[in-house]
Design a protein around this ligand. Structure first.
Ligand SMILES: [Zn+2]
Length: 391
């Protein structure tokens, strides 16, 4: 059992999980923030306290049927075994685990930030804290010289090297027997072939993915060529160049060198989305929805392109267990008349629905400009939630 990293794709897949025969899902989050839980004993205490909470949840969940309860109980034992014996906490700021009462699902994800301790039993995986980490997977860095190509993926906080290729290029050394111009032509052809390979790798791995920005680290004479070889969807996101040693730079070096530009792009994206939200709400050509009731309605109609949530927003609501309809009130589903289920927090199901619809979900952190709170306060006008719509 391997602890996976959070990716948008994995989040979308988790958001779609619905246990067979109306079974239940246990979601467990353990906070391992190194500033608080640096030592193994501190981590062990954190794990124990979350497992205790999960046991209480299981005991107190009055509506659970016998079979679901028994299934979740053995799921919890698996979670315990995994955390106590198999899990390697190195590099993790938290871990999220999901298991279902039918024993079909067991998944562990290492988290790049701590998201607090939590144990939740529900009809579907509780992925809301993870969607907040979506920003984790929005930047691509391509490092490429005439011989080596490396792809790093991540955020302003952390980059991970996801691919590396090396090509057998003769390099700068002169070989006997070739006249200088002919030799240089041959090296150029080989370097070109290598850069094309890197471009194809980017296309395969990232051609379909929504990226906020792409940064290229390449020698002066190579950078334009690298950019040309990227697939057009990725090329359109190129935001700048990094001055780094292509072959030896560590992921930490990349973060240090790219952080400012990544943070600037994140903010531009947030501001853009907020501007589109305001325009849409004041009758602009591309519609938008604000406040929980209208946003849920737009999700029911599958119209949401970007879901914007001020960090920490929650709201009560109701969900139809049959068709997934979401609303703030109504004992019966307006679509099929099924009695609806009350949810203490409907923002979580709304995020799941948005991920299912391939919408972009952005949690906006509170930040300040010139000492004034921005972003979140703009969303606060709408109860902390808004959506830019596709139509
Ligand atoms: Zn319904």
């Amino acid at each position: 059992m391997q602890a996976n990293e959070v990716t948008t794709e994995r989040l979308r897949r988790l958001a779609q999980v619905r246990p067979r025969n109306g079974g239940k899902v246990l979601s467990v989050y353990v906070d391992l923030e190194p500033s608080e839980f640096a030592t193994p004993p501190a981590r062990a205490t954190a794990i124990t306290s979350v497992l205790d909470e999960a046991e209480r949840e299981l005991r107190d969940a009055a509506s659970l049927e016998h079979e679901a309860r028994a299934g979740l109980k053995s799921g919890l034992e698996r979670v315990r075994t995994f955390l106590e014996q198999e899990f390697d906490a190195s590099g993790a700021h938290g871990v999220a685990l999901f298991c279902d009462s039918g024993q079909d699902l067991f998944e562990a994800l290492k988290l790049p930030v701590g998201v607090g301790h939590k144990a939740v039993i529900d009809d579907a995986p509780f992925v809301e804290p993870l969607a907040g980490l979506d920003a984790d997977s929005r930047f691509l860095v391509v490092l490429c010289n005439r011989r080596v190509g490396r792809l790093l993926f991540g955020s302003a906080d952390r980059m991970t090297e996801v691919a590396r290729i090396e090509s057998d290029v003769h390099g700068q050394h002169r070989r006997g027997g070739l006249s200088q111009p002919r030799y240089e032509r041959s090296v150029d052809n080989e370097a070109m072939h290598h850069i094309r390979r890197v471009g194809e790798l980017v296309k395969r791995r990232f051609g379909q993915r929504a990226l906020d920005g792409v940064l290229i680290g390449a020698p002066e004479e190579t950078v334009a060529r690298v950019q040309d070889e990227l697939p057009s969807s990725v090329r359109g996101r190129v935001a700048g160049r990094l001055e780094l040693d292509v072959e030896t730079a560590s992921p930490e070096d990349v973060v240090r060198s790219a952080r400012d530009v990544m943070q600037r792009i994140e903010r531009e994206r947030e501001d853009e989305a907020l501007a589109r939200l305001r325009e849409g709400l004041s009758g602009g050509p591309r519609p938008a929805a604000a406040r929980i009731a209208d946003v849920l309605e737009a999700l029911n109609q599958r119209r949401v392109e970007t879901l914007l949530i001020a960090a920490g927003t929650t709201a009560p609501g109701r969900e139809c267990p049959r068709c997934g309809w979401l609303g703030v009130g109504g004992d019966e589903c307006p679509a099929d008349g099924t009695p609806t289920i009350a949810r203490q927090d409907i923002v979580g199901p709304a995020v799941q629905r948005a991920l299912l619809q391939s919408a972009d979900v952005r949690y906006l952190a509170r930040r300040e400009a010139d000492g004034e709170p921005v972003v979140a306060s703009q969303l606060d006008m709408y109860g902390g939630i808004g959506a830019v719509l596709r139509f």
